[in-house]
Design a protein. Structure first.
Length: 265
């Protein structure tokens, strides 16, 4: 075992990657949030083997997530690959996804949503390896006739650019997302709602490579959505889940207040 302490994910492979190749020892480290990460070079530890190791670790730990962190390349230019895999604890209570699925609505996951929720409450998942792939998959699903929720995670903002403090790269993928947004909006049906949000900050301009602490955005649009509504600063992330379930007329025990009446015409 190498490292075995809190460490930056990009720095840890730079500092321990060569020793890992020489000894075969896995690089194990923790992050500021409740995760344990295991890094290994793809040429020396095959993905299936790394995933199997992480599954075994998941079974004996209580952290929120165990994350497989494959990387590639040669010293000193190691880079993490797109084949990261999260092994999460199952949610301790019913989530928005559980309620939707119980009431027979489709819950479509794009990107790593299925991993974050340990597959619980997901009816169909679509794994992706980049923002571009995630956006294209989302556009395909918007063309599909489904009744429910399409839940999308675009991980490049965080993994490729936020944690690596790559301001220029972050700006480029944000610009690309902006150019694709009109196409996504054009595919919305009359009663569809599009919500753009985040689960935390990951400012690429900070000194730290960890997550940053700022309020997350909630941008909402749709044919039935009021224009120029300022929701202010909300008390909890859970208000968004409550609002989604309110939209589907599903009674639930999520401890938050729906803001659906504030945004619909």
């Amino acid at each position: 075992m190498l490292c075995n302490k809190p460490y930056s994910g990009t720095k840890v492979i730079a500092d321990y990657g060569q020793e890992h190749i020489q000894t075969g020892a896995l690089i194990i480290y923790t992050s500021a949030d409740s995760v344990l990460q295991i890094a290994a070079h793809e040429d020396f530890v095959p993905l299936k083997e790394l995933y199997k190791i992480c599954e075994a670790v998941r079974a004996v730990t209580d952290v929120g997530r165990v994350i497989a962190r494959p990387f590639r390349g040669n010293y000193p230019n190691f880079e993490r690959t797109a084949y990261r895999h999260d092994f999460s604890l199952k949610p301790s209570k019913m989530t928005m996804l559980d309620y939707l699925k119980i009431y027979h609505y489709e819950t479509l996951s794009v990107g790593k949503i299925v991993d974050i929720f340990a597959s619980q409450g997901i009816s169909e998942s679509f794994r992706t390896t980049s923002n571009e792939e995630g956006i294209e998959e989302t556009i395909k699903l918007l063309k599909r006739d489904f009744n429910g929720l399409c839940f999308v995670n675009l991980v490049d903002f965080d993994m490729k650019y936020g944690h690596r403090n790559d301001v220029d790269g972050y700006a480029k993928v944000m610009t690309y997302f902006d150019t694709k947004l009109p196409e996504m909006i054009s595919k919305l049906k009359d009663n569809d709602i599009l919500i753009i949000t985040a689960d935390h900050g990951c400012d690429p301009s900070t000194v730290s490579t960890d997550h940053s602490r700022e309020y997350i955005p909630i941008l909402i649009c749709g044919n039935s959505v009021k224009k120029n509504v300022n929701l202010g600063t909300l008390d909890t992330f859970a208000g968004l889940s409550k609002t989604v379930l309110d939209y589907f007329n599903i009674e639930n025990d999520i401890p938050a207040i729906s803001f659906l009446s504030k945004i619909l015409e």
